[in-house]
Design a protein around this ligand. Structure first.
Ligand code: HSE
Length: 311
């Protein structure tokens, strides 16, 4: 058994435009890293956090990674274990890319690996959701489930939790651009309408079914025309600079789809190939620069692997 381990967990795109709180997928980059060590002294200690500009608490009772790991240790009957955690944030916080999920999943995966525990990955999901609940007041699973399981994931039900891994077309690429404006998930959830019209619900569930069918059928056109959101995007797009202009640019450059990643402000497009994804990312960054907004861009296929041990 190793007494130190380094783990990476990926960023995720939640909602996938029409599937608010029920769809998400993982990407290759960015992501977070956790280095975990077994210690003689029982309890969880956070010795270091980097890349967060001092925004995340070192107090293990207040940090989403340590709190999730503590719940997991209790679940497997090992509250006696001593763990030291280093968290290296390699992605922006409050970006709509599942930043807290990547950290929490990296922590849970590291703890399971270092203890050589045989618990099924899916059983870690409730502990990862605890982290989301702490981070934004709601335990949605559409970031943590794909971060943990990799690939494209459907949360068919929350009570009871019913999570299904979906197939996806092999060549599907994703261009993500994060405009450097802060949109905390907690606030981005508060502005959403809580009551919707039947007419809008019909449009939305038609699109969700269309998207899932497109994934099974390898039908990129069906995927593209299904990725429309009449419920959440009309409200949240207001928080994202030049959202509609960026959509125009992405679609003109050959995107299959364009929309908000998670609660924003990141936006993403699906494309048929890597080159188109790179062009879209570049053009969107140029548009944001023209209105004096810094941005980060990532181009990735869907990450089917999920978290991995780096060393
Ligand atoms: N489904 C969540 C939301 C994802 O849209 O609020 C947050 O990243």
């Amino acid at each position: 058994m190793k007494d130190s381990i380094k783990v990476f967990a990926p960023a995720t795109v939640a909602n996938v435009v029409c599937g608010f709180d029920v769809l998400g997928f993982a990407v290759n980059e960015p992501g977070d890293e956790v280095i975990m060590r077994l210690t003689e002294k029982p309890g969880i200690h956070i010795s270091k956090i980097t890349g967060d500009n001092g925004r995340l608490p070192l107090d293990p009772k207040k940090n989403t990674v340590s709190v999730s790991v503590e719940h997991y240790l209790n679940y497997i009957g090992r509250p006696d274990v001593g763990l030291d955690i280093e968290l290296h944030k390699k992605m922006p916080i409050g970006s709509g890319l599942g930043s807290s999920s990547a950290s929490t999943v990296a922590g849970l995966f590291a703890a399971k690996a270092i203890l050589d525990d045989r618990t099924d990955l899916i059983e870690l999901l409730p502990f990862a959701r605890k982290g989301e609940e702490m981070a934004c007041g709601h335990g949605h699973a559409d970031n943590v489930a794909p971060a943990l399981l990799g690939g494209f994931v459907l949360i068919r039900s929350y009570e009871p939790l019913d999570v299904i891994k979906l197939p996806h077309p092999a060549g599907l690429y994703c261009a993500i651009v994060f405009p450097d404006v802060d949109v905390p998930t907690r606030e981005a959830r508060q502005i959403i309408r809580t009551k919707i019209l039947m007419k809008d619900a019909v449009t939305q569930w038609g699109n969700i079914a269309g998207l899932v069918s497109g994934l099974f059928l390898n039908d990129l056109d069906l995927i593209g025309r299904s990725m429309q959101d009449v419920l959440v995007e009309p409200v949240r797009s207001m928080l994202i600079p030049d959202f509609y202009k960026m959509r125009e640019i992405a679609m003109e450059t050959g995107a299959i789809s364009f929309g908000i990643s998670g609660s924003g402000p990141s936006v993403f497009s699906f494309t048929r190939d890597e080159e188109t994804a790179k062009q879209i990312a570049q053009k969107l960054q140029k548009q944001l620069a023209s209105i004096h907004i810094n941005s980060n861009a990532y181009v990735s296929p869907i990450n089917d692997e999920g978290p991995k041990i780096l060393g």
